[in-house]
Design a protein around this ligand. Structure first.
Ligand SMILES: [Zn+2]
Length: 184
């Protein structure tokens, strides 16, 4: 048991060192996580396919989160509320690509970090975060707050172990994300 814990600690240390290196390369302050109250998010060890998009791309979640998502989606559908999975697991490498692409397009890192967590700190790394949409509402926009889907989630998501991570005026310096829910 002690040995397992020591190995886990070793893994976390190398993960945090790896992330620190990426932050440095992106020009993000080394106290990014501490100053924003954001914790390192480990990458999921196991993933299952939760949705296949029309273009064939697979959205993946950790197994327990996938089951919770399916139960919640099904319950909402039963009440006439369609919930769509828009985004699930994202790797650290992919998160880094998102930031690098935005920076290459001329966006300031401070502005990028209000919308995207730094690599290593996105809840999507765990495979337990979902971005949710609903037909008739543009994806990943604050207008989702006005939908029946969001009202339903506010009432019912807790029953399935999901919580809203970034409410309005959250202390993490991240924009209000009514679509982003974390399981567990
Ligand atoms: Zn999200």
């Amino acid at each position: 048991m002690v040995r397992v814990e020591a190995e886990n600690l070793g893994l976390m240390t190398s993960y945090s060192e790896c992330i620190a290196g990426i932050l440095s390369e992106l020009g993000i302050a080394s106290d990014y996580g501490a100053s924003r109250g954001l914790e390192l998010q480990p990458e999921a060890a196991e993933l299952v396919t939760a949705r296949v998009l029309a273009n064939g791309r697979e959205l993946k979640l950790a197994p327990e989160a996938a089951a919770a998502w399916e139960a919640m989606r099904s319950a909402a559908a039963g009440e006439g509320i369609p919930l769509l999975l828009i985004s699930g697991f994202r790797s650290v490498a992919y998160q880094r690509e998102i930031l690098e692409r935005k920076r290459a397009q001329g966006e300031a890192m401070d502005a990028i970090l209000r919308v995207n967590a730094a690599p290593g700190y996105s809840e999507h790394h765990t495979g337990r975060a979902v971005d949710i949409g609903t037909p008739g509402c543009p994806p990943l926009e604050e207008a989702f707050e006005q939908t029946e889907a969001f009202h339903w989630l506010q009432q019912e998501a807790g029953r399935f172990g999901f919580r809203l991570s970034f409410p309005r005026n959250n202390p993490h310096g991240i924009i209000f994300e009514p679509w982003h829910w974390m399981n567990g």
